[in-house]
Design a protein around this ligand. Structure first.
Ligand code: 5GP
Ligand code: SF4
Ligand code: MG
Length: 468
């Protein structure tokens, strides 16, 4: 998912909308914006793309100088309008709205406790737990209630929250998902506008200057009194920033965890070329996710790069549409081979990951049918052997091809002439080499989907296992 917040701008909802537009790649199932003018809170949510939901007329129904927004793809909770965000809860503490990226992992006990306490849940989304905890907290100030609530939940959360006159932003202590803070300097001495966003690409369109990331375990509050911050986490928690953000999820023009995704991805391609070279005539990316790594692979190997697969840009990310049927048809709608480039060529195909293997198999066939004499598939991360419980929609283990087949078997299944994955060491090296890093080291990352070693305890896993 993508989250966004704007504080102190006369057209906060419109700025939030632009931000969500830039974050659309993080989820295309539903979107929503809540705005406030100091007294009233309004929210509008819908299914589909933000540009379909928020026409000019609709944006006019969201007045006020503060707003939060969300663009969703479901990991837990049904894919329905009911679970679209922001979710708002009216309580003795006033109305609180939340937009959440990530997955909570100890839902069961917290939810039972709240229901015994009289909470009535409006959604089946895990995100609602956080505001219900805030609403039922016995602390005196709202920010104390929030800190208490956040200290009680486990898992991945990069969240923005809003009341009628304040914005809050927080990240879980592991820092699984990104969240950054930016600022638009006020004109002619006017006060500054503060912006929070999942990725820095959402700041660019607003001319907001990137200030810093919200830190793992930090709760930031913006109000009339300015910006305040506190750490809510008890004890020290090892960092576990999602490496898959750099592999696939985030946009290459974003700085994520203080590191340009572009740099990481290009280096993944270079490292892949060093680790698994093969004689060939052409390096071809699977667009868009394989493009940056393919550029790196071509640069390192000296083999020419070209777009041998053409993507129809009016079709969204295929895996984000939840049913298998849509996914299958989606591949052919989305990609078509360029025979002029592929005919008679030994091709190195670069993609970011193999999940089920069905897409990769179709693409390999497509490239061969277009006249390629050899098809060598190179993947810019290690084999995906374990599901993600922290906000990325990987299917359960039985559907993960690399959890069930050897490298040779996968290669045979996808009908490639050869197959190689980037090593784990190669991957974390790629995300931490060269460039100022904002403190990242290979140990800063969660790599659980490649190792099966989860950085958190798993409680009530049955609650959150993604549907097959
Ligand atoms: P596959 O060969 O596994 O069917 O598809 C691989 C391609 O689709 C990769 O580009 C990968 O990023 C994307 N993909 C397909 N399905 C999923 C999924 O369920 N989860 C994720 N994270 N990516 C997927
Ligand atoms: Fe990211 Fe994989 Fe960890 Fe999930 S399990 S947070 S996708 S690295
Ligand atoms: Mg892809």
């Amino acid at each position: 998912c993508g989250v966004m917040a704007v504080y102190n701008h006369p057209d906060a909802a419109r700025l939030t909308y632009w931000g969500l537009y830039s974050l659309q790649h993080r989820g295309q199932e539903s979107g929503g914006i809540a705005s406030a003018d100091g007294e009233h809170v309004n929210d509008i949510k819908g299914m589909g793309l933000v540009s379909e939901i928020f026409t000019d007329d609709v944006l006019q129904k969201l007045p006020g100088h503060l707003a939060i927004g969300h663009t969703r793809y479901s990991t837990t909770g049904d894919s329905a309008l009911l679970n679209a965000q922001p979710i708002s809860v009216e309580s003795t503490k006033g109305l609180i709205a939340i937009a959440h990226n990530g997955n909570l992992i100890n839902l069961g006990t917290a939810k039972e406790r709240l229901e015994r306490d009289g909470a009535i849940f409006q959604t089946t989304s895990d995100s609602e737990i956080i505001i219900q905890l805030v609403a039922h907290s016995k602390c005196t100030t709202l920010v104390d209630c929030m800190a208490e609530a956040l200290a009680q939940v486990e898992g991945a959360f990069s969240i923005v929250m809003m009341t009628r006159n304040r914005i809050f932003a927080a990240r879980d202590p592991h820092g699984f998902r990104p969240l950054c803070m930016g600022r638009v300097t006020g004109e002619d001495g006017a006060p500054d506008t503060f912006v929070f966003a999942s990725e820095t690409c959402a700041l660019d369109l607003l001319h907001a200057k990137y200030e810093r990331d919200v830190e793992p375990g930090e709760l930031v509050m913006v109000s009339e009194d300015g910006v305040t911050s506190r750490h809510f986490a008890k004890g020290s928690v090892p960092p576990a920033s999602c490496v898959f953000e750099h592999v696939y999820f985030a946009r290459p023009d974003s700085k994520v965890f203080g590191r340009w995704v572009q740099k990481s991805r290009e280096e993944m391609g270079r490292q892949l070329a060093r680790e698994s070279a093969v004689p060939a005539d052409l390096v071809v990316p699977v667009p868009d996710s394989g493009v940056t790594a393919a550029i790196g692979y071509a640069a390192e190997s000296g083999i020419p790069f070209n777009f041998g697969l053409i993507r129809n840009h009016y079709v969204g990310r295929t895996f984000i549409e939840p049913t298998q049927r849509v996914r299958d048809f989606g591949v052919r709608m989305k990609l078509n081979p360029s025979r002029a480039l592929l005919e008679g060529k030994r091709v190195i195909l670069i993609d970011d990951s193999i999940i089920r293997g069905t897409t990769s198999r179709k693409i390999v066939r497509m490239v061969r049918a277009a006249g390629a004499t050899e098809v060598h598939l190179r993947i810019s991360c290690p084999p995906t052997i374990s599901p993600c419980f922290y906000g990325v929609d990987t299917p359960s283990r039985e559907h993960l091809i690399a959890a069930n087949k050897s490298l040779a078997e996968i290669c045979a299944y996808i009908e490639a002439d050869s197959l190689a994955y980037l090593s784990l060491v190669g991957l974390t090296h790629s995300c931490t080499t060269g460039e100022p890093l904002g403190g990242l080291s290979p140990a800063s990352f969660c790599t659980a989907c490649y190792t099966g070693e989860y950085p958190t305890q798993m409680i009530d896993v049955s609650e959150i296992l993604p549907a097959p």
